[in-house]
Design a protein. Structure first.
Lengths: 108, 254
């Protein structure tokens, strides 16, 4: 099953924000997490995640810092900001509305 | 023998040329590649396979760079030559200010003369720094590659420095002419120093009117011409509006 590009694009921000709600994370881990949760159905082109993170940071929803991981390598970690939490709550309500509407129509 | 570091370096060079002034983004992408390669090797791939997979999955360099270019141009101050130019200008300015304050405190030279010396000297140095940045840019362009982002950074640096040089030199010439009225008997006498000052002013005035891309500070006189080269406004996109560009994310074959 191919997920349409538009849908992939639209879901990127809420997916990222939702994962960051669980705690700080970095790009490579985010990609892996989404792949695992979706059972391999949502596979981002790796390089395209980073501009999205950059945009979310520019919008003030997340903040980043460089940190040295246990293996001694530096990684850029992202964390949710208060405004990001608020944006996520709004998006969540929107996605749930769409989901609920479709579910009723499809009788599931 | 496959050399991962060498491949990473080559990749980094390619990415740096496409993402000038965004060193942090390149660092982050490199960190990602290292994570991906390490993971694949742990899962049993050879380093060569791991590298090929990781760099393929990262996507086309131009496509990734195109995503970043949708954001506004990075600030000109992130351009190393601009920082260097500011430092080169600030250091002698601070030294000279210290020297002249000491002179004034010791009643050597009038305040008017000392202010004149400061404004003229720093103004001239700023003009020389403009030339140095230009020369450096020509060399860099010839040997290290160049991009439109650097053109804009150069234009902005040029505009700021030239405007500063022009303002300081003008102030210096005016202060000097008032000093000359009291001590030399006239505002202006066409001696070589004065002709030099006038020449710098004429060049500065001409230069701020050059149609250069990204010259913000000189925009007072040439806003219309500059607008052509100004960064494209990055339209703030609303979250979740599904406006991620083509090829942004892909889904796997079923």
């Amino acid at each position: 099953m191919d997920i349409a590009k538009d849908l992939m694009g639209a879901s990127a921000a809420p997916l990222i924000l939702s994962i960051l709600q669980e705690g700080e994370s970095y790009g490579y881990a985010l990609i892996g997490r989404v792949r695992d949760l979706s059972g391999g159905q949502i596979m981002w082109t790796d390089g395209m995640l980073y501009p999205v993170l950059h945009r979310l940071e520019e919008q003030g929803l997340i903040q980043s810092r460089w940190r040295t991981a246990e293996n001694g390598r530096r990684r850029k970690y992202y964390a949710l900001k208060a405004s990001g939490r608020k944006a996520l709550a709004e998006q969540r309500a929107q996605w749930q509305t769409v989901n609920l509407t479709l579910a009723q129509l499809w009788g599931t | 023998m496959f050399d991962l570091e060498q491949n990473l370096r080559r990749w980094r060079r390619g990415m740096s040329v496409r993402l000038p002034l965004r060193r942090e983004a390149v660092d982050e992408l490199e960190s990602h590649l290292r994570d991906a390669v390490e993971q694949a090797i742990q899962e049993g791939s050879t380093p060569e396979e791991a590298w090929r997979q990781a760099s393929e999955r990262l996507g086309n360099l131009d496509a990734v760079a195109a995503e970043y270019s949708k954001f506004g141009a990075p600030s000109a101050w992130r351009w190393l030559p601009a920082r260097f130019a500011a430092a080169v200008l600030a250091a002698p300015a601070a030294g000279l200010a210290y020297f002249l304050v000491a002179r004034t405190a010791a009643s050597q030279g009038t305040i008017l003369l000392n202010l004149h010396v400061f404004a003229i000297t720093v103004g001239y140095v700023a003009m020389v720094v403009v030339g140095a940045v230009a020369a450096w840019s020509l060399l860099s362009r010839a040997w290290c590659g160049w991009s439109h982002v650097e053109t804009r950074a150069l234009g902005a640096t040029f505009g700021t420095l030239t405007t500063a040089a022009l303002a300081l030199t003008s102030a210096g010439v005016v202060l000097g002419s008032f000093w000359a009225r009291d001590h030399l008997g006239g505002y202006w006498s066409w001696d070589p120093k004065e002709i030099g000052g006038a020449a710098v002013l004429a060049w500065g005035a001409l230069a701020t009117r050059l149609p250069l891309p990204g010259c913000r500070s000189a925009a007072a006189t040439s806003a219309r011409r500059c607008s052509r080269g100004s960064p494209e406004p990055s339209s703030p996109r609303r979250l979740g509006s599904g406006r991620l560009p083509q090829n942004t994310l892909r889904s796997p074959p079923a």
